[in-house]
Design a protein around this ligand. Structure first.
Ligand code: ADP
Length: 401
């Protein structure tokens, strides 16, 4: 079975073609600057063939057409025609409280994704454009939506409700939703497999997805019970460019003192804050590490703030679950940055969390048990694979049709 994966943004579209017989990626690529003058597509096959098309892509429909041109081309093609594709899986950002699992896309589902636009105003319209473009080009192929929020729908009300007048929850569904759900689901399930705890209702794992956006989740018996992102991906730990949680009164204070409007404020919170805002250097942890080594105090401070907030979240989730059996580090920073892992774990020895410091410094990007032999809690590095989650869900759903 061949599954085509789409992750559509407002001006970009990432894709992968999976062969589900061995769960391998046959080809993948990226359309960028869709709707702009200088749009281009970059395509790569598993056997190392590459291609770039500098062609106009005025919209997502044109982008998908160009993707198929690449997928079926003589030089870098991997299929004869799009008929070889069995189904399409879409990453959709916000499922609101309507979707607790992946679903076959029907007109009703499309409508529900549309109704959720107020909660995901940047992403959901783009995701819908991807869905509609695929439907127009492949009207007979089943399409599946996999939501970033779905895994967190099991969070209890005491954990997802903000202490605002209740009517705002009732009127607008303002609450914590959480994101990176496919990643938290994948790595928490892998942790249970690795540690022989599959199906154990008492297995408590804290998953730390540390990338451009960072989020934590508390997962008990395979069920998510809390997560750090909220109504939007702005809440939680400070991130590359996002502030993370802060006193809500700060927003009004800055707006009135700087005489800026809500759009500028939102831009500051999302694009100019986090470790970039503190350091004034970069949102990329590789740049911060270099600056830190060169004695830059602001880079040091940015990393300290990031790590300190991570430590606090791990501690609070251990409290929320009444203990913890495993901590998982994943995504760009979690998989590669040994300093962050070490600094986040170091203050947590009182909880029985003890890292094998030497091993931690050596490894990156592969599944490894990083815990010291006498650590009560396992510390695992597990590379995430959100695409595989989407491909597997799509396969499962279309197999039942
Ligand atoms: P996204 O959230 O966009 O999927 P990733 O999970 O790929 O992001 O994470 C990207 C971030 O990971 C980069 O901004 C960088 O801070 C960090 N990163 C990537 N490689 C390394 C590395 N070798 N060392 C430290 N940090 C890294």
């Amino acid at each position: 079975m061949k599954i085509f994966l789409v992750n559509a943004g407002s001006s970009s579209l990432k894709y992968q073609l999976f062969d589900m017989d061995d769960e391998s990626v046959i080809a993948k690529g990226n359309c960028e600057r869709i709707g702009m003058e200088d749009s281009f597509l970059k395509h790569k096959t598993a056997d190392g063939r590459e291609l770039r098309y500098d062609e106009a892509m005025p919209n997502h429909f044109a982008a998908i057409k160009l993707v198929f041109k690449a997928l079926t081309s003589e030089k870098v093609g991997v299929i004869e025609s799009m008929e070889e594709i069995d189904a399409v899986g879409h990453r959709v950002l916000h499922g609101g409280d309507k979707f607790s699992e992946s679903v076959l896309i029907t007109p009703e589902v499309e409508k529900a994704i549309e109704e959720t636009i107020p909660l995901g105003p940047l992403h959901n319209p783009a995701n819908l454009m991807g869905i509609r473009a695929c439907r127009d080009i492949m009207p007979h192929k089943p399409q599946v939506a996999v939501f970033d929020t779905a895994f967190h729908q099991s969070i209890p009300k005491k954990a997802y409700l903000y202490a605002l007048p209740y009517e705002y929850y009732e009127k607008y569904k303002i609450r914590r939703y959480g994101f990176h759900g496919s990643s938290h689901r994948y790595v928490s399930a892998r942790a249970a497999e690795i540690l022989g705890r599959v199906g154990d209702p008492d297995f408590k794992v804290i998953t730390c997805h540390l990338g451009n956006g960072s989020s934590f989740a508390a997962v008990k018996g395979g069920v998510c019970v809390d997560t750090s992102m909220g109504l939007t991906p702005l809440e939680g730990i400070p991130m590359g460019t996002r502030s993370g949680s802060l006193d809500p009164a700060v927003i009004e204070f800055i707006m009135s003192h700087e005489n800026i409007d809500i759009n500028e404020m939102t831009e500051i919170l999302n694009k100019k804050s986090g470790v970039l805002g503190i350091s004034g250097i970069s949102s990329d942890f590789r740049d911060l590490a270099k600056a830190y080594e060169n004695g830059d105090d602001q880079a040091k401070l940015a990393l300290e703030i990031f790590n300190y907030n991570g430590t606090k979240l791990i501690g609070s989730y251990a409290a929320a679950m009444g203990g913890v059996d495993a901590i998982v580090f994943t995504a760009g920073i979690g998989e590669n940055d040994s300093f962050v892992r070490e600094q986040m774990c170091a203050p947590l020895e009182f909880l029985g969390i003890k890292l094998n410091v030497e091993l931690n410094e050596k490894v990156r990007g592969k599944e490894v048990d990083l815990s010291a032999p006498d650590s009560k809690v396992k510390v695992l590095l597990i590379p995430t694979n959100e695409e595989l989650v989407i491909a597997r869900d799509t396969k499962e759903i279309v197999s039942k049709m």
